[in-house]
Design a protein around this ligand. Sequence first.
Ligand code: ARG
Length: 569
Amino acid sequence: MINSKREVARSLKPLIKMDLATIEDLLEVPPRPEMGDLAFPCFTLSPTWKRPPAAIAADLARRLADKRGDFWERAVAAGPYLNFFLDPQALGRETLAAIFKEKGRYGGATTSNGRRIVIDYSSPNIAKPFGIGHLRSTVIGHALSLIYSALGYHCIEVNHLGDWGTQFGKIITAFKLWGDEKRLQADPVNYLFHLYVQFHRQAERDPSLEDEARLWFQQLEQGNPEAEEYWHKFRGLSLENYQRLYRLLGIKFDYFHGESHYNRYLEETLALVKEKGIAVESEGALLVDLDKHGLPPCLLQKKDGATLYITRDIAAAIYRYRRFKFDRALYVVGAEQKLHFKQLFKIMELLGFDWADRLIHIPFGLIRFKGGRMSTRAGKIVLLEEVLEKSIGLARAIIEEKNPGLAEKDRVAQAIGLGAVRFGDLSNDRIKDIEFDWDQVMDFAGETAPYVQYSHARICSILRKASPPEAEKIGELSGLLQQEEEATLLMLLGLLPERVVQAAQAYRPSLIARYLLEVAREFNRFYHNCPVLDSEPALRAARLLLIDGTRQVLANGLGLLGIEAPEEM
Ligand code: ARG
């Protein structure tokens, strides 16, 4: 599709005097196939041509009437659009050739574009468990990083750990009162969480605990050695636990720069805020009035000197720009922090940073898990670790039932289990809330990773019986794929590069997930209606090419979502 875009752009260029890249960017895929394969929106020309878009479309169609390109056969005006109809034969050949040439890279770019994107994601809060609520940030952030990397961007993955803040005052207080070193060492994360919950329960009856906790946090901010020692211990133990999870998920952060990392820059940050005159001091507290910008005021420093989450985010943004000179910086954080990021971005703008518009919040909805939102304080939380273990266990049970003789059962169960959870998230529009349902995410025939993985494994099993022909045969064989099922599948395979670009532009990995479901569905329909191994030799060879291409597309697409594609399952 990418090449055909280029080719259409090339045909348009002499007529409209825009550069190729701009035309390519403007070309869209029409909503319905009968409208054509690529559409050029003529609104863009209206201001310079000083004519209505529909007249421009008609004019261009007239001038292209007796022409055709290598990949397109007809150009037709439809209202303000100029629609191109591609030549399916040429397109199919081009698609297969691209897949076999680019292999694991098909769908992405073959070269780097030199752009840098900082992706801040996952970022759990220490002393609180890594709940399934953080799952979304983790899988969406990781997928965005994989997608942008495939498109040639340099992604810098940062985990903005919540390793500073009042919760440390609380767990230090709780640990000093009720702490049990043995239990802490045995199961640190759950135990710290237990202390945190206990603290809140007790503080309801005895509010003086809150004062004590505030005092401890203050001590920590002032560098009291005892407080620091607790902090180190709690942080270290929690980090080990997170790292285990990330290893399991195949995620590697470039930096674990938590909130505490920015403490050393806070003084400078606050000085800058004062110097720029955007903050007011009131009773020792420092506050930015954002009323003029339709936002509530934003506290940067409390009167006891304590700084806040947003103060550290201001310092972090400055630090990141200085260090990475990013073209874009993404914050993959739940929609409940929308206001926080609006305030943050506005403050960066008021501080005069011309890169403030490169900061982008990527919000997402909540995960509901068997009813009710999870809350750390109430102690009702589903641990991600437990979810992943459960998922892998379920996958394992299904394998035992369906394919007990399978080699490497554990590895495959892990690929399916983790894939099911990831896809269960990523196949939904990120902004929507998700109802997490085990039966649904594990359904091998549903809209799930196991369904896509199973289709992939099915192809691998056919290809173990017969290898596809050499890529040089594509030219002569692709023309045999004339049946409707074959043409549809082939057309879909050609759409991967387009989908990857769209998913990146809209920050929506779900576009790739939905696309994979479509490919898997079309493959299964094809396979149901068109025999592969039992066809006569030339057609059999052509169909082997087609399914091998499908296999590659499924594997690449799953890979962009961080999901493995086992060859057998
Ligand atoms: N730790 C935060 C939370 O769990 C998320 C941090 C997101 N990143 C940021 N730069 N604010 O709510």
